[in-house]
Design a binder for this molecule. Sequence first.
Ligand SMILES: [Zn+2]
Length: 205
Amino acid sequence: MGDNGRPARPTERTDVPARPDPTAHRDVPGPSALPDLPAARAVTDAVSERDVEVLTEQLGRPPRGVVGVAARCVCGRPLVVRTAPRLDDGTPFPTTYYLTSPQAVAAVSAVEATGVMKELTARLGEDDDLAEGHRRAHAAYLADREALGHVPEIAGISAGGMPQRVKCLHVLVAHALAAGPGVNPVGDEALTMVADRWRPDRCTC
Ligand SMILES: [Zn+2]
């Protein structure tokens, strides 16, 4: 495999936390339970050569900075990649969870085109529970990224508009798929919005 397709090389960092038990499964909270935060999910899932091939096909270019596959289709193909907070060329990369499935991207884009982000952002100003959940999702996102390394340029900055706005549903859906239900409420809701076009439990690859 060429350099381009290789997952990010291990950095020289010495403060990367030990890998968690890969067999440990995150608890999925019930509807009334709020997730305990921060629930850092460090790199657990290796990227195979086949994954890199699929990612290259999905993205139309070799993936950059990929350190793990954070969510997979039921068929095993990557849906979401976990990306290093700093790319090999030094660029800070805030989008730790990146949605790669073209089918999922298209479905989310179709929902975005209806203008729901404005509506969701407005709801953050009216619905305290949703706003609190969005802030917690922001904190969880940052905790996950911090587990991959500290990048001062993007410290405290998550993605997708969190914690104040809803700017990019692709980001929030990617986080919801990676973290599981109950961590990113707007992402969870966006998943229900796209469910008639795409859903993670049904392969449309
Ligand atoms: Zn599939």
